[in-house]
Design a protein around this ligand. Structure first.
Ligand SMILES: Cc1cc2nc3c(=O)[nH]c(=O)nc-3n(C[C@H](O)[C@H](O)[C@H](O)COP(=O)(O)OP(=O)(O)OC[C@H]3O[C@@H](n4cnc5c(N)ncnc54)[C@H](O)[C@@H]3O)c2cc1C
Length: 511
């Protein structure tokens, strides 16, 4: 990403949302419902949908129940218990159109940089389609956006085809081919059962085994939709049931001495799916359940027992010619390599180009990705992160958290409007106190147990997990507290220099 190559066109908006995925679309709908009409969404791609637009691998879908993977204001008649990506993508498109969100998306508009102007108290965003100035920015660029490519010697000279599972190459026909799959995370468990019947051979390289729970996926009978249409309370009850089941699973994750029953269930699932003892041992994790992202699948283990599939419990250390080589000396010939090596989770590619009152977000986050309730960062006035650091857990459905964040953000913007203030900036002491409490609480959860999982966005620092219940997160986000923000009041006659001389962080709340 560079800051150059922008056209000179200038645009204004009261609020700019960056990204038109699940989060950005929810943001524009929430803002318009709260009376903010002057909102634009800047989307670098030519289509909305984010994750569900980009991930097209076979079998791609939701791993939380469909009824939880929807906006509460737009219930949908899902065709399956766990929706696939095309149904989610259609749902997002339809919901955006129904709520007029699609009209305010500026496609093919990548935000290259964003800078807080200390004189005008506005953000200025340089994009590939001109400059936008705005009072407030909502960053909705997604925590699972940038695929992670492993640094494997020789991969660049592999004579066959290599692609990342997040950018599936549909030009390549896997029929009769020898495929090497690198990585065994949430994507692999979804696409492996789909590609196994076609391929001549699939070598699966696993650096760390996963805890896998069965996934009760099933087509939903169409009669159910009519029933729910006539009995909305029943639908709400079903949502509630799923939500509280997820909350219940969260309890042992926060109190690992209670993990026994979940580990027993996962072991039972493994034992009944895989009869071969050696394979079973290779698939048994040595860390506690929940130490890494939870995986659900009823088809992954059975696929690994198929005669044309071979699990190599080792990481890939090199590629030599057509051979993929493991750390244990394994050598297997491949025609195609699929890198299922995940994402740079929550790293925010815009961070080096986001200039606050005192440097860039990359500098601010150099030693920790801190944010108050994963939403406000001190030194970045009028800027809000959706799905920012330390908001999710192994069990949370993203839309639940997202909607709570949006209640918080609209409350903040309403206060800004009502007060006549020009800026709100979370007080550094409030942010620091939140960080201390959060990391202290994380210490005893299973999320911190491995020290190296994808929860650790920085060495030794869990930048992903919320250490308490989701209900507590929602409660915290629902009660916007203006006192933890510094509010800057504009003086109509002040010049830029005079305004800079004002205390930028008055401690009192606006009237
Ligand atoms: C394979 C997969 C399966 C998943 N399954 C689940 C699940 O079952 N349950 C669950 O809760 N979550 C799941 N997730 C997480 C999922 O990413 C979130 O639920 C949700 O889709 C995130 O939405 P988002 O809008 O925040 O981000 P994204 O969907 O990533 O959208 C971000 C958007 O921002 C745009 N953008 C990025 N940078 C810029 C820029 N500089 N300028 C302009 N536009 C920009 C991108 O093009 C994109 O459209 C899954 C993720 C993946 C990858």
């Amino acid at each position: 990403m560079t800051d150059g190559h922008t056209s000179s066109t200038r645009h204004e908006a009261e609020v700019v949302v960056i990204g038109a995925g699940l989060s950005g679309l929810a943001a524009v709908i929430a803002l318009r419902r709260a009376g903010f009409d002057d909102v634009v969404v800047l989307e670098k791609s030519g289509r909305l949908g984010g994750t569900w637009r980009d991930n097209t691998y076979p079998g791609c879908g939701c791993d939380v129940p469909s009824v939880l993977y929807e906006y509460s204001f737009a219930p949908h008649s899902w065709s399956r218990g766990f929706a696939d990506r095309s149904e989610i993508l259609d749902y997002l498109g339809t919901t955006a159109a129904t709520h007029g969100a699609d009209k305010v998306i500026r496609y093919d508009t990548e935000v290259l940089s964003s800078r807080w102007d200390r004189e005008t108290h506005r953000w200025s965003l340089k994009t590939t389609s001109g400059t936008y100035t705005t009072r407030a920015v909502i960053v909705a660029t997604g925590p699972w956006h940038r695929p992670r490519h492993p640094d494997v010697p020789g991969l660049g000279t592999f004579p066959g085809t290599v692609f990342h599972s997040a950018r599936w190459n549909h030009e390549v026909d896997l029929t009769g081919q020898r495929v090497a799959v690198v990585g065994t995370g949430a994507s692999t468990v979804q696409f492996l059962p789909e590609i196994q019947p076609k391929a001549a051979h699939v070598a699966v390289f696993q650096s760390t085994p996963q805890w896998v729970l069965p996934k009760p996926d099933y087509p939903l009978p169409s009669g159910l939709h009519d029933f729910f249409a006539h009995h909305p309370a029943a639908r709400r009850a079903l949502r509630g049931l799923h939500r509280w089941t997820q909350e219940a699973i969260g309890v042992p994750l926060r109190h690992p001495h209670l993990l026994g029953p979940l580990e027993a269930l996962a072991r039972f699932h493994l034992r009944t799916s895989v009869r071969d003892r050696v394979l079973r041992r290779a698939l048994t994790p040595e860390y506690r359940f929940g130490g890494r992202r939870l995986i659900t699948s009823s088809t992954y283990y059975p696929t690994l027992t198929q005669p044309n599939v071979r699990l190599h419990p080792t990481r890939v250390t090199a590629v030599k010619g057509s051979d993929v080589i493991g750390a244990d000396g394994t050598r297997t010939r491949a025609d195609i390599i699929v890198l299922a090596t995940g994402y740079h989770i929550g790293d925010l590619p815009l961070a080096p180009h986001l200039h606050g009152t005192d440097g860039t977000l990359a500098q601010t986050w150099a030693d920790n990705r801190r944010a108050y309730l994963g939403t406000s960062v001190s030194g970045y006035p009028n800027l809000f992160l959706l799905l920012g650091p330390n908001l999710l857990t192994g069990t949370t459905a993203v839309p639940t958290v997202l909607e709570a964040q949006l209640r918080y953000i609209t409350a903040a913007l309403n206060h800004l409007r009502a007060s006549g203030a020009s800026a709100l900036d979370v007080k550094p002491e409030a942010e620091a106190a939140h960080q201390r409490a959060l990391h202290e609480a994380l210490r005893t959860t299973v999320y911190n147990a491995t020290g190296t999982s994808y929860y650790f966005g920085l060495p030794g620092i869990n930048t992903f997990c919320w250490p308490w219940s989701t209900a507590r997160l929602i409660k915290r986000l629902t009660a916007f507290n203006p006192d933890i923000y510094a509010w800057t009041m504009p003086l109509p006659t002040q010049t830029g220099t005079e305004r800079d001389a004002l205390p930028t962080r008055p401690s009192s709340r606006p009237g």
